[in-house]
Design a protein around this ligand. Sequence first.
Ligand code: UDP
Length: 314
Amino acid sequence: MRVLITGGAGFIGSHLCELFLERDHEVVVMDNLVTGNIENIEGLFGRPGFTFIKYDVTNYVHVAGPVEAILHLASLPSPVDYLRLPIKTLKVGALGTHTTLGLAVAKQARFLLASTSEVYGDPKVHPQREDYWGNVNPVGPRGVYDESKRFAEAMTMAYHRAHGLETRIARIFNTYGPRMRLDDGRVIPNFVKQALLGEPITVYDDGTRTRSFCFVSDLVEGMYRLLMSDEAEPVNLGNPNEMTMLQLAERVREATGSRSEVVLVQPRDERTKDDPQMRQPDIGKAQRLLGWTPQVPIEEGLRQTVEYFRARVH
Ligand code: UDP
């Protein structure tokens, strides 16, 4: 297959590129490098079947030649980014999804939307199953991201129903690993960076909020299997191993061998407004349909992540 990966220079996108190339597919990356990083795909230039196009998918998209599948990952999924660039976030989720769906129709390509557990908002159901409709504040600071992805899901299903397009929706839960940006603002890069520098580890509010972290190699395997499946309805992809942010801070201290103290802080900006209290995927559907279960334990995933950051933190 020749696959187009929007946001292919990002953290998850770059790992997907490698997986597809390893499995003898051709890969075209489209990325405007707003949050993507060319270094993530540096090793792929010159590899047979790899092409990079620097482009903003919110504009009319054209790709020469055949395209059999499109994986639409272009997005600003980090809270610090979507708070800083709220309109870009809405545009890439809405307009970017529209243009790439249009391209999928033109090419008769299969389309996979990288959606998010944020569609569940601050969930009232735990763990979250795909048939839960969510609890999202449309006008809160996270609304720009959450609603753009909810709109993207609606648009994807509309193209499936109206055009008979083969579509897939991956609801991606918190994912971590090498190539996360140091300044991404998300909890694992923040904690690892702080631990490596011997600075206090900043746990927001009272530290009791929970997340469940999936290592990136597991996630991209799940995305690959979902693309190859015939399931048009959304599928959760994540690791159900849930922990509080205080527990995560301890794990990061262990993984880094750091003596950093763990401090509870109240961020001054809006980043913890509407912050989901808990999050854990129910992955029964992915297990049943895709035969997929995450394999990498948090200790091993953190070890590889710390190794990546150690070479970059000064
Ligand atoms: N968080 C934290 N300290 C940090 C960064 C984040 O305690 O330095 C918390 C944040 O408030 C949230 C959790 O960690 O409850 C996960 O945040 P992240 O931004 O990684 O992802 P998301 O909120 O999108 O799941």
